[in-house]
Design a protein around this ligand. Structure first.
Ligand SMILES: Nc1ncnc2c1ncn2[C@@H]1O[C@H](COP(=O)(O)OP(=O)(O)O)[C@@H](O)[C@H]1O
Ligand SMILES: [Mg+2]
Length: 224
């Protein structure tokens, strides 16, 4: 489903990736780890077709970074759900409207919007908060709204960039559990994090970025 091949990338001649390679199959759950500045966020930006490698290829389903047309980028993005450390909710809209907003820009009927938003909120256990404003939610609840928002277009892949970065350990575990549950229903999930506590909890693939490459490793022998 996702293949990253021989990627070279630099910011102003400062190399971030020298030879990056990574493969994910449909339904995989994987972590990207690596110290701050290693390139985790940059890697997620490639997969979202927000940044383009200077050489090499990012291939997601039928789309290749080397040949994708700008008009096709919104199509592939609709298949990807994104979750950030700082939630990125719209402050002046309630929970329901934060989600509905995503679908209003597509050609979705009001009835269909209602069904999808309610399903997504129920998926993350937040149906009862649908009329609350973001400021009335805890950090964990905000992140659950953000995850619900990421689910709206039935993505094939969820990209989560430090999803527990602003959360306490207990809440971080709840967020991890929700991501695992989503993965069980068939959606691939890729989590970039330096929260090794959550990484240790899951027996799954870990891509460690070091010196511009992915070093596959088992966390217990490979923490930093
Ligand atoms: N927009 C940018 N302009 C220049 N350098 C950048 C930019 N974004 C990231 N970098 C640099 O690229 C490297 C990788 O950054 P990033 O992908 O954010 O790492 P991580 O998410 O692992 O902390 C860092 O050295 C960072 O300073
Ligand atoms: Mg980052």
């Amino acid at each position: 489903m996702l293949s990253i091949q021989n990627v070279y990338f630099d910011f102003a001649n400062q190399p971030v990736f020298s030879d990056l390679n990574l493969e994910m199959k449909q339904g995989d759950f994987a972590f990207i780890i690596g110290k701050s500045g290693a390139g985790k966020t940059t890697l997620l930006q490639f997969i979202y077709f927000n940044l383009k490698p200077h050489s090499g290829n990012i291939i997601l389903q039928d789309f290749n970074s080397a040949t994708i047309k700008s008009k096709d980028i919104p199509l592939i993005r609709r298949k990807i759900g994104v979750v950030f450390q700082d939630f990125k909710l719209l402050k002046n809209r309630n929970v329901y409207d934060n989600l509905a907003f995503v679908l209003e820009v597509t050609n979705t009927t009001r009835k269909e919007i209602k069904r999808k938003v309610n399903n997504a909120l129920s998926e993350v256990g937040l149906s009862h908060k649908r009329l609350n404003m973001p400021d009335e939610l805890s950090g964990g609840e905000k992140q659950r709204v953000a995850i619900a928002r990421a689910l709206l277009n039935d993505p094939i892949l969820i990209l989560a960039d430090e999803p527990t970065g602003n959360l306490d350990p207990e809440t971080s575990n709840e967020i991890l559990d929700i991501l695992l549950k989503i993965n069980k229903s068939g959606t691939a999930v890729l989590v970039a994090t330096h929260n090794y506590d959550i990484v240790r909890k899951v027996n799954t693939r870990i891509f460690k970025i070091e010196d511009g490459k992915v070093v596959k490793g088992i966390l217990k022998t490979n923490t930093n």
